[in-house]
Design a protein around this ligand. Structure first.
Ligand SMILES: Nc1ncnc2c1ncn2[C@@H]1O[C@H](COP(=O)(O)OP(=O)(O)OP(=O)(O)O)[C@@H](O)[C@H]1O
Ligand SMILES: [Mg+2]
Length: 458
């Protein structure tokens, strides 16, 4: 097994180069990694398994959790004697540099993210160098690294730089001979520790990409692709990320013109927290009711289970009350995007007459509440908004994706990592919403603002 910091196959001095791109989808709950050789072996894309470190439901899902001891030494392996931190991405997005002290160093969301991604990089490279030598062992590997960023932050220069710097620092710390350590990362930021200068990656080979662009890249590069307006909804653990974009070509290059990009903390984990909070309120009311019983002559319950409520004891509207408010907020978020597209951003699109294609992705899409939002909006947009409604589409699993075992239905969970494994300069041009002006409703479609020519105008 090559050492954890290795970047090249052992005992090779080959001059011939093979590019390999590492795509890391740094998720709130789980991270996913795909490696791709874009110019060799039919663009082979490999979904990295995490073995025992992976989640029990699928070993390609790595929980976004970091274990560390009091000296700051980090590990991805569960260790009951260590401290464990999760929610790294959410905290990073809130404030990357708010710290808490441990011994003689501080721990911040930034240092946690660097340590976590450094360990992910070590694992991914080690897996590649150990298992893929038959195919790639005769080459010198030229590495590239792409990391995802929530789409609404893409035109935020500071946020892009934050993720890019974290990726670059993580790469640097993955190359040390010593263990990945939060104490050392902190000393590095304080100027008290100098990392290895041999980084074996070009600085312009580390890039960030909006998660939503990465997610549709497989579709954009497939023969199912159609130019025009699309919506993508990603139900993650923390957030719903929703964007309306126009996919088109300009001089042979793909272009993604984002007309809207919205995000709210309505992901599957928040759905769970919201339900727990509402159930708690009902349970509290139930026990207050029991404790305040005035009829002292009434027989007392004979067994313990009789003290605990069933859903029916909360009243006939309880289920609706527990689920409905969250549903309404999700519906409002999706409706807001649709309304903005129809009213201002692309009122002349043919899709209003043929059905608006919606990619529905992310681990949380299995929760029925989200599907209900789309089904209800489909009906509403057919009946009240005079359109053909929504056309929900599954992302196709790309033919070049190699995985030990991957259910077709699970593919979209890995679509972001797959898209991130494309070389950054092959993606095409991404235009954020701020760079595209509204279009007026006009009998002759005007697409000059995005330089898009629909099929029926050619
Ligand atoms: N079968 C299922 N039923 C219900 N919820 C599920 C199911 N499978 C996964 N989830 C939920 O999906 C979420 C994870 O989805 P995903 O991996 O897309 O999120 P993430 O990428 O980590 O988050 P984000 O995109 O917000 O950073 C978790 O909250 C998990 O509980
Ligand atoms: Mg995600």
């Amino acid at each position: 097994m090559p050492p954890a910091n290795a970047t090249q196959f052992q005992n090779t001095n080959h001059a011939e180069i093979c590019d390999v791109v590492i795509g890391i989808d740094f998720g709130t709950s789980c991270s996913k990694v795909v490696l791709q050789s874009p110019y060799f072996a039919d663009r082979r894309a490999m979904l990295v398994p995490f073995g025992d470190l992976g989640h029990p439901i699928n070993s390609h899902l790595l929980p976004t959790k970091l274990y560390y001891d009091r000296q700051g030494n980090c590990s991805l392996a569960t260790d009951l004697n260590s401290l464990c931190t999760s929610g790294i991405k959410l905290r990073l997005l809130q404030n990357p540099d708010i710290g808490e002290s441990l011994s003689d160093f501080a721990i911040t969301p930034r240092t946690l993210a660097i340590a976590y991604i450094a360990l992910v990089l070590r694992h991914a490279r080690q897996w590649f160098l150990t298992t893929q030598s038959k195919i790639y062992g005769n080459f010198r590997i030229r590495w590239h690294l792409n990391i995802g960023i929530p789409s609404p932050g893409y035109d935020d220069h500071d946020r892009r730089e934050l993720f890019k710097c974290i990726a670059a620092d993580a790469w640097r710390f993955s190359l040390g001979t010593e263990s990945v350590s939060l104490a050392r990362i902190w000393q590095y930021f304080e100027g008290r520790w100098k990392p290895n200068n041999r980084i074996d990656i070009e600085s312009d080979a580390i890039n960030v990409m909006p998660e939503i662009v990465a997610e549709v890249l497989g579709y954009a590069k497939s023969n199912l692709r159609e130019n025009g307006l699309h919506v993508l909804i990603d139900i993650g653990a923390g957030t719903i990320d929703i964007s309306g974009f126009i996919l088109h070509n300009k001089e042979g290059e793909d272009r993604y013109s984002f007309l809207t990009s919205d995000l709210d903390h309505l992901g599957a984990y928040h759905c769970h927290l919201d339900r727990v909070q509402r159930i708690k309120e009902h349970v509290t009311r139930w026990f207050s009711h029991l404790a305040g019983r005035q009829d002292l002559a009434m027989p007392i319950m004979a067994s313990l289970p009789e003290y605990f409520p069933r859903l029916a004891d909360f009243g006939t509207d309880a289920e609706k009350d527990i689920l409905e408010e969250f549903y309404t907020r999700c519906r409002a978020l999706v409706h807001r995007t649709l309304k903005s597209l129809k009213k201002n951003r692309d009122p002349n699109s043919e899709r209003w007459k043929t059905g608006l294609p919606i990619f529905f992705c992310g681990g949380g899409k299995s929760l029925s509440i989200y599907r209900r939002v789309l089904d209800d909006l489909h009906e509403c947009w057919q009946t009240s908004m005079a359109t053909r409604g929504l056309k929900i589409i599954d992302l196709p699993k790309p033919a070049n994706l190699v995985a030990d075992s991957l259910d077709e239905q699970l593919y979209d969970r890995f679509a972001v990592a797959y898209g991130l494994s494309y070389p950054y300069y092959d993606i095409g041009e991404i235009r954020p919403p701020g760079s595209i002006s509204n279009v007026s409703i006009d009998p002759t479609p005007k697409y000059a603002h995005i330089e898009y020519v629909s099929k029926d105008l050619v």
